[in-house]
Design a protein around this ligand. Sequence first.
Ligand code: ADP
Length: 608
Amino acid sequence: MNSLAFSVCSLFYIFLIVIVYYSKKRIDYLENKIYSILIVVTLVGVLLDNISFIINYLGVSTSSIIYFLLTKSVLIYFMSWMYLFVMYVFVISKKDKTFNACKRLIKILTVIFLASVLCVIALPMYFNTEKNAIFPYGPAVNGVYIISFIGIFAMIIVMLCNIRSVNIKKFFPLFIFMFLGIIATFIQYMFPSMILLTSVEAFVTFLMYFTLENPDMKMIEELNIARNQADKANRAKTEFLSNMSHEIRTPLNAITGLSQVLSEEEGLPSKAKEDVKDIIMASDSLLEIVNGILDISKIEAGKLEIVNTTYHPYQILNELVVLTKARLGNEKPIEFRTHFSEDIPDTLYGDYARVKQVILNILTNAVKYTEKGSIDFYVNSVIHNDVCRLIIAVEDTGIGIKKDKIDKLFDKFTRFDEERNITIEGTGLGLAITKKLVELMHGGLVVQSVYGKGSKFTVSIDQRIVTQKAQEKKEIVSNEIKIYPGKKVLIVDDNKLNLKVAGRLLVPYKVDITSVMSGQECLDKVASEYYDLILLDDMMPVMSGKQTFAKLKENPDFKTPVVVLTANAVSGMKEDYLALGFDDYLAKPINKKELDEVLDKYLTKEEK
Ligand code: ADP
């Protein structure tokens, strides 16, 4: 009666575990497959156990065919359970747990199993009815014992050989099986009516679900592995991009820097001046392409962030007008008109660089895709409380866009009318980036176009107002160069050509330049002399710019502004450098205007 209680309990929880296991999504592992058969086999075994009790209770004779068949079935069940359990332990011990890798093992075990089942069926079996209990004995039963012991022995050997390489947790069911198996055998020996082995097997199968076969845990593990791999790939991509940016920008820095210096050289033949201008234009578009690829990769990795600061919208607008006029040149008969509303606030809070990038993209496209006529640049503002909605529109009389193409306009690397635009440079990235940037700033972008007539791109972006008063529309951009005689600037770069470029670019400012090629030399110079400004490259061998900067800062009296000068211009880099304590950031190729601003900010500080 006591063992009946165990058997009924086992039936109950094995039935539950079958329902739970099969109702969950499972991973297609070999060990899971074995386990899924094992629980069904266990359920059958526990059912047979319960039927045996009923038959015993009903007093069916041991010589009847039903009793005989039932007992043989129970023996076959024992063999099947042991076969699956051995296979399970073997599979979890293997390094490669795929079906193909375990094929031979499965074949061998299956052949042994089938042969033993045939033996159990064929060999004779008798019943002992002593001590108030009925239990089978004879060659068939001994066969089951022998095969089971061989199985247990093999599992112990496999476990001992692999205990270091396999998570010990995986062998818990085997430990528990051995431990409870010994107790059950002992109890059965003492009280033959207590048949507990099926309940032990059911219990072990039940435990396996938690220790080895929890599909949820497996799923989470799989997800974690996949996420780690994706993170790793993403990091590799970002690293590759910043390296690529660095590698391309370094030579570009020399090309643009030196051609800029050359174009300002007096006495240069006009033909040479023209050529230098073309070199500058070509390197500018190359830089634009590099930046475009970097931006789109950043956006796709979800790493492009909007960095808000206070800025003067009129400053952006003036810069954009100057840039657009320069791009238009005098070759095309195009009239460029600006229409800026009077009430644009003086200071706004937003991402200055990204707002400028968005407008510049649509202005540049208008210039590129218009042959004659006009380009109108409208900027209006709608003010509500402390928010200003900037409504920027660029209308051209260019080639226009076919209606069916408008939807595809923002797909990356998409360009239309390739035959017509063959001479127009572009990557098809500009509008894809523009749209993403506008979305990141929670703005809107509308396109209206008539093919052959012209297009109008309208962007609206909300920016917080810092100072309401409309600013005087004074021309901020001037070509006049400020000079700083007597000011000492230290340039640190491991690349000779870069030193030359920076040195040449600084000549017109009349500063006193010192160049060194390593972080250590920089530290030595700073220790012996005072400098008004340090331009420090980051990616240097032995001691990087960041390390040099940290060493400089160790001295509490060190107050010289340090501007990091780097070709690593992936978006977000600037913020990282500023967070480290650098005073400012200059990307290579060095932009003359940005250099102007930096020098003005740090070399005229005292006078301000
Ligand atoms: P790119 O100009 O580098 O090719 P964009 O993403 O900026 O890439 O533009 C995608 C395509 O949209 C362009 O190749 C061009 O065919 C079309 N397009 C963009 N702006 C205009 C415009 N103002 N007028 C006509 N076509 C345009």
